[in-house]
Structure formats: C-alpha cells, structure tokens
Design a protein around this ligand. Structure first.
Ligand code: HEC
Length: 245
C-alpha cells in the first residue's frame, strides 16, 4: 500500500517537474523571439495601446485559470482514489507500532525497558503459561492452577485443551486485563491498576498478534467472526447446562 502511495507521489512530482520545465522553456523561447524582432531600442518604441495591454493580460489570467482547473480536476480524483489504500497503510503502521509497544510492556521493567510491566513474571518467560501455581479465587485453596498460556488466548473457549474456558471474545481479554480475576491483578487505572487504555490496547493488540500466529484460523475468536460466533454459541450452551439444578 505504501509502495503504491509512493509511486503516485513520484508520478505527481514528475508531472510537476515536467510542467515547470515546459513553462521555463516557453518563457525563454518567447523572450528569444522578442529579442530577434527588436530593431528599435525599447525606449524609442511607441508604447502599446490600452487594448493591446489588456488582451494579453486577460488571456494570461484565463490561461492560468485553465491550468489550475486542469490540475485540480486531476488532483482531487487521484487523492480520492488512493485515500482507502493510504488509510489502510497508516492503520497497519499504527498497528505495527502498537504491537512493538505491547511486546515491551509484557516484559519486566528495566532501565532499558521503561514500558515493561512484567506480565511474564506470572505468565512465563514467553507468556506460554506460568510455573507458579495460584490460589483458587473462590475457595482460597492454594495450588489451584497455573497462570494461563497467553500465546493461545485467541483460541478462547474453543481451545481443545480447555486452557481459556471464560474467553469468548476480545472483550473478555480486555476485561480480565482491566479488572483482574482471582490472582490476576487488575491493570486498568479505572480498577486501581497501573495502565491507561492506550497501554492496555497495545498489550491486547500484541497478544492478538502473537496468538494469531499459533492459533488456527478456524478457532481464532479474535480475528475470525465465524469462530467468534461458534465460541458465543458454546458459551451460551455451557451456561444453560450449568444453570440446571
Ligand atoms: C501476579 C501474577 C500475574 C501477573 C503479573 C499477570 N497475570 Fe494475568 N493472570 C494471572 C492468573 C493467576 C490468571 C488466571 C486467573 C484466573 O483464572 O482466576 C491470569 C489470567 C490472565 C488472563 C486470562 C487468561 C485466560 O485464559 O482466561 C489474561 C488475558 C491475562 N492474565 C493477561 C495478563 C497481562 C496482559 C498481564 C500483564 C499486564 C498479566 N496477565 C499479568 C496472573 C498474573
């Protein structure tokens, strides 16, 4: 997309340079033609009549009007045509930057990594799951489970190993990170956490990116609407089952 925008830019600059060169050439040629005709010194020649002064001036102004009009008639549709690909290019660039910031955020804080908040402390070095068991949030019994593998988070409830039974959509990922759950601390400043919305956005964008490289597309509840619908149906079915006495 960016390459396409660049090509358009180069073509436009080329056209501009050509127009500039042509106008200089026209100017020089016209002066030369005049120079050949000059037999009487300028100061001794009779001045031009009012009408003669006016007509070329008017013609020139109208000429410029046509030139500018032509320019805009070409420029506006070109801008309009390339607007979608330009927007997409910018969006991809922003996403790449967000993923980069998210990747730093999940690592521990250090002088070199001031964005780091250290999700890896609990979720494991590569976020592939922690090794220190946590306490059951409802019964308070320790050794209940391990902090989940976040690299498969986009499989959510569809994960065949049952790694993410409560994750049905991207919203759920946001919710756990913002509000915390059991031994998972809350991270949003709105829930007494340390991160603002932008930082949490970056982290979720990063998590979606890494897990989309691992999770098959037909199970990816983050990016595939069909998988998302399947997950929602499964969650509702589970709910009906658990609500039975
Ligand atoms: C103090 C340890 C700890 C830290 C630090 C931590 N987590 Fe967690 N996290 C947990 C535990 C424990 C769970 C499981 C909670 C539960 O299910 O009751 C969890 C669950 C999650 C879940 C839900 C996973 C699922 O499959 O349901 C997400 C998403 C998550 N954490 C993201 C993060 C992110 C992002 C960070 C860093 C900003 C982070 N965590 C930092 C302990 C931690």
């Amino acid at each position: 997309m960016l390459a396409q925008t660049n090509t358009t830019g180069i073509i436009l600059v080329g056209l501009g340079a050509l127009a500039f060169a042509l106008s200089i050439a026209a100017f020089v040629l016209r002066n030369r033609a005049r120079g050949r005709k000059a037999e009487v010194p300028n100061a001794l020649r009779p001045g031009p009549a009012d009408a003669a002064l006016e007509t070329p001036l008017l013609n020139r102004l109208q000429g410029w009007g046509v030139v500018l009009m032509t320019f805009f008639v070409i420029w506006f549709p070109l801008q309009w045509l390339f607007e979608p690909s330009r927007n997409l290019g910018q969006e991809n660039e922003l996403r790449t930057l967000a993923i980069g910031r998210g990747a730093q955020a999940v690592l521990p804080y250090s002088a070199d990594n001031q964005l780091g908040v250290g999700c890896t402390r609990c979720h494991g070095n590569e976020l592939k799951g922690g090794v220190v068991p946590y306490t059951d949030p409802t019964t308070g019994v320790p050794g209940y489970g391990y902090p989940p593998n976040l690299t498969t988070i986009c499989e959510g409830i569809l994960d065949p190993t049952g790694g993410h039974p409560t994750i049905v959509s991207v919203n759920d990922i946001y919710q756990v990170i913002q509000q915390g759950r059991g031994d998972m601390p809350s991270w949003s400043i709105r829930y007494a956490g340390a991160l603002d919305d932008q930082q949490i956005n970056d982290i979720v964008t990063y998590l979606i990116n890494i897990s989309s490289q691992v999770v098959p597309n037909d199970l990816n509840i983050c990016t595939n609407p069909d998988a998302q619908a399947k997950a929602l149906a499964l969650a509702q079915k589970d709910q009906v089952v658990t609500e039975k006495p």
